[in-house]
Design a protein around this ligand. Structure first.
Ligand SMILES: [Zn+2]
Length: 625
């Protein structure tokens, strides 16, 4: 075995989006992703990645890292054509020494992204030029790096380089690639120390690569990538790093803060969109290498909450920073650790254009990584409506995953075609939050107790028409925060209260528009988590997922909650909410409050102060128990 991973990634194109996920990808294609080249000079014909004199650093490769999988997953010829000219330029740009890319920028960093782009292209199209091209490039790196080492961004992100190298090593192993992997890691920072004794315990106010949000999100994959190439355990060191980050910077939704440097635990700190998509990619790699469900739980948490929240519902505009408690998206004064005011407006290039170039990878890479394989078994590592086609069990297996997950708790797998000649395992992940999961195969109940990696394996010789139903009961769960504050989860969804949204267009905005968003009513909502009918027993109401899955209207899932809609002692801190007041705060009355999914609410409260009604306060009858 040349690489060490519990699961193999399926080649791009093996997993296709269906249902609401297909609509979401189409929304992205119709939104900024499908138009950005005509709008943004940095991705126009002058780009250095098309041989022009323009932007020659990360923006071209970042964009393609999302455009290439989006184009192939949607089978969209126009998007494939759009991507193809960049691919052709990259492939013909290689010099005799193996170096490629813009001549006037020799930074190693953007080439790490470009290598991942070419690999996705090769998987989707079978282009045989890519492997020898990358072999020549990595041989060049092995010769050059001792004299011209990784520095700055490239050093911080060395794991991305090794990950791209692992793709080559998997297909054409060489001892030199092990040597190169060790060399690359040796030129990066000591991330194990940065995530343990070296971890800052509050807001970082001075730049350091090791406290930069997207760098941190990328570097969490260091143990997994090291294990992939060099062997060893990835799980324990990754868990340790995640726990330390959560202790000092963990947010109510499960990610860590970064605005754009690590910024502590308060719910008014920012999270950068690059950080969200890079964290998702890291979790896909960790899920693959370790074969453990923990990382898929975290992947879904980011993908089904922070990712949709980072854009407007039609994906023409995005934020640079989002806040868990976000009561206004505007150009007003903020005290981000680094970024400028206006970083949380929805626009074309709020604060800085990295996210404008990089957000494209979020949805398509999620779809591509929903399914993986383990020898002759297929593993569903994250759930979402999709179809998988794979060569397993001596034949071909095609399975539809029919579901409105994460908005619904039932997932049906239907075998559409099977030419398998041997039994094949279907690995179903049981998320850590799921209690009393149920599995039926052809109507018969099966044991749904997961093994210690979090999966249940169903082994059969699958035939066309076979059906497996998985039910993951989703009841509200409580996330405890400082000051007796709480967050609410339902399955992978983070539930929030919304103050309504007024979208004010910014005149003469660039791109496809820019908006400030203001609340329509009081935002300072609090929950009575320990009502006679407590948080864990609140009613969940479901309805079909709308045409635009993360629109503010037609919300597919709601929790009927109780609390108070205007906790007057909880005040603004400028344009942000101050930290939740000490709870439980006395309340003289109570209100019913509807909670909606985080991803549908661009203004929201996700971390709630708790209240306790004073004796004699009126309580609605459905909460009296
Ligand atoms: Zn960014």
């Amino acid at each position: 075995m040349t690489i060490h991973a519990a699961f193999d990634a399926l080649p791009l194109g093996s997993v296709r989006p269906a249902g609401w996920l297909r609509r979401q990808l189409q929304i992205q294609a119709d939104g900024l992703t499908g138009h950005i080249e005509e709008i943004w000079a940095d991705l126009g014909p002058e780009s250095g990645w098309l041989g022009g004199p323009g932007e020659s650093w990360e923006r071209g490769p970042y964009y393609l890292d999302g455009l290439v999988p989006l184009a192939h997953l949607l089978d969209d010829d126009a998007l494939v054509q759009k991507a193809q000219k960049w691919i052709e330029w990259m492939l013909q740009s290689q010099r005799p020494d193996g170096q490629f890319g813009p001549v006037h920028n020799d930074d190693w960093w953007p080439r790490m992204v470009a290598a991942k782009v070419l690999q996705q292209h090769a998987e989707a199209t079978g282009d045989e030029r890519v492997l020898p091209f990358l072999e020549r490039y990595f041989a060049h790196q092995l010769r050059e790096l001792p004299g011209r080492p990784l520095h700055d961004w490239a050093a911080a992100r060395a794991a991305e380089n090794v990950l791209a190298l692992a793709w080559v090593h998997e297909r054409a192993p060489r001892d030199e690639w092990i040597e190169l992997a060790e060399l690359l890691f040796s030129q990066g920072p000591d991330w194990d120390h940065a995530f343990s004794d070296g971890l800052i315990t509050g807001r970082a106010m001075t730049f350091d690569h090791r406290t930069h949000g997207p760098n941190v999100a990328m570097a969490l994959k260091n143990p997994a990538v090291r294990a992939l190439m060099l062997g060893g355990d990835a799980h324990e060191p990754t868990q340790r790093s995640l726990a330390n980050l959560d202790r000092w910077h963990g947010q109510v939704h499960g990610l860590f803060s970064g605005d754009e440097w690590l910024a502590g635990r308060e719910a008014n700190r920012g999270v950068e969109t690059c950080q969200v998509v890079e964290y998702m990619f890291t979790m896909q790699i960790a899920a693959r290498v370790t074969g453990r469900s923990d990382y898929s739980d975290l992947l879904e948490g980011a993908a089904y909450n922070l990712l949709p929240a980072s854009s407007d519902p039609s994906m023409v505009a995005h934020q640079y920073h989002q806040q868990a408690n976000q009561i206004e998206a505007s150009t007003a004064d903020r005290d981000w650790s680094y970024s400028t005011n206006g970083a949380n407006v929805f626009g074309f290039e709020p604060h800085f254009g990295c996210c404008t170039a990089n957000y494209h990878q979020g949805w398509p890479k999620l779809v591509a990584a929903l399914w993986m394989r383990r020898g002759d078994d297929l593993a569903v590592t994250a759930y979402g409506p999709s179809r998988v086609e794979a060569e397993v069990g001596g034949g071909r297996l095609v399975v539809d995953e029919i579901t409105d997950y994460p908005f619904d708790e039932t997932i049906t797998f239907r075998v559409v075609a099977s030419t398998t000649t041997a039994p094949t395992g279907l690995l179903l992940r049981i998320p850590d939050w799921a209690r009393d999961a149920e599995i039926t195969v052809a109507g018969e109940t099966q044991d749904a107790t997961p093994g210690d990696t979090g999966y249940v394996t169903l082994t059969r010789q699958w035939a066309e028409g076979d059906e497996v139903a998985l039910r993951l009961p989703m009841t509200p769960r409580r996330v405890r925060r400082e000051r007796q504050a709480v967050g609410v989860r339902v399955g992978p969804l983070v539930m929030v209260a919304t103050p309504g949204e007024y979208w004010r267009p910014v005149p003469e905005a660039r791109g496809m528009g820019e908006w400030e968003v203001f609340p329509q009513r009081s935002w300072n909502q609090a929950l009575w988590a320990d009502a006679p009918v407590p948080l864990e027993e609140w009613t969940v109401n479901r309805s079909p997922v709308g045409e635009v899955p993360f629109a503010r209207t037609d919300v597919p899932l709601r929790v009927h909650a109780i609390g108070i809609r205007d906790l007057s002692e909880w005040k603004r801190d400028g344009a942000s909410a101050s930290h939740p007041v000490d709870g439980p705060a006395p309340a003289r009355w109570t209100n019913a409050i509807d909670l909606v999914p985080y991803g549908t609410a661009r203004l929201r409260i996700a971390e709630f102060p708790t209240v306790r009604p004073v004796i004699g306060a009126k309580v609605p009858p459905d909460f009296t128990g």
